[in-house]
Design a protein around this ligand. Structure first.
Ligand code: C5P
Length: 246
């Protein structure tokens, strides 16, 4: 895979024109556009279509579905028509919810004769650390919690997980390809802020320990020159891949 195809830009804004302008500046340097709750809540499916109409990049629709199985399955079904390449669900919704979503997405993609979106399970948010987990009653060590949720995702038939890059180390051998690891909380060496990401890592390190996709938002979208920031990030990824092959 070319380095830039691993780079998924998180377009977190509710300003449709700004989103469009950002994607136009990033399109030649990235491998996918991630639209999440902020954009979707403001502009809905039509807004998503408008952003995706200008280019041929894969859509990562990061709505992190989490509800009872029936409701979650009907909700994911409703977005298949947008032809996302990837949809996200919270693994903590449980095995029945995950299975119901897999089945629902498969059926709807078949009915519409479109490619089945890949489903990724969010494990432990990269904005949470061990103390945060404890405060919501999840007493396991983070790595154990990520292992538990990744196992659940695999058993339910999902295509991979979203986790912190630092969690992959312990998991990659147990979850070989084609199981996918997508990692947010990525901060290039030149980025000056971690923002609310408590478990951040550089792109080259994340790729060298086995990340398939890097989800990067503010270091690109808030850069003075987003195109240049994305290009530099892809170069960091390429360098890590070359190092891994050497
Ligand atoms: O701006 P930043 O690079 O921190 O953006 C990270 C993106 O990844 C955000 O869109 C956020 O919603 C998403 N994300 C995350 N942690 C997860 C799953 C998704 O930060 N576990």
């Amino acid at each position: 895979m070319q380095a830039r195809h691993r780079l998924i830009a998180a377009i977190d804004t509710d300003d449709r024109d700004h989103a469009r302008a950002l994607v136009a500046r990033l399109a030649s340097e990235i491998g996918g556009v991630k639209l999440g709750l902020q954009f979707f809540c403001a502009h809905g499916p039509d807004g998503v279509k408008a952003i995706m109409a200008d280019h041929r990049l894969p859509l990562w629709l990061d709505l992190k579905f989490h509800d009872i199985p029936n409701t979650a399955a009907l909700a994911v079904r409703a977005v298949v028509a947008l032809q996302p390449a990837v949809l996200t669900l919270h693994a903590s919704g449980g095995l029945a919810m995950l299975r119901a979503c897999v089945q629902s997405v498969e059926q709807e993609a078949g009915r519409l004769a479109v490619a089945r979106p890949r489903l990724l399970a969010v494990t432990v948010l990269t904005s949470l650390d061990q103390l945060d987990l404890l405060s919501v009653g999840q007493g396991y060590n983070i790595k154990k919690q990520v292992l538990l949720l990744s196992t659940l995702a695999r058993d339910a038939g999902l295509d991979g997980v979203v986790c912190a890059a630092e969690d992959i180390d312990a998991l990659r051998t147990q979850f070989p390809a084609p199981f996918l690891f997508a990692v947010p909380g990525i901060r290039p060496a030149w980025a000056t802020a971690n923002h609310d990401q408590k478990r951040a890592m550089t792109p080259d390190r994340a790729v060298s320990i086995g990340a398939d996709y890097l989800i990067i938002g503010r270091p690109l979208t808030q850069a003075e020159n987003p195109t240049d920031a994305a290009r530099r990030t892809a170069l960091e990824i390429a360098a890590a891949e070359t190092g891994a092959r050497a």
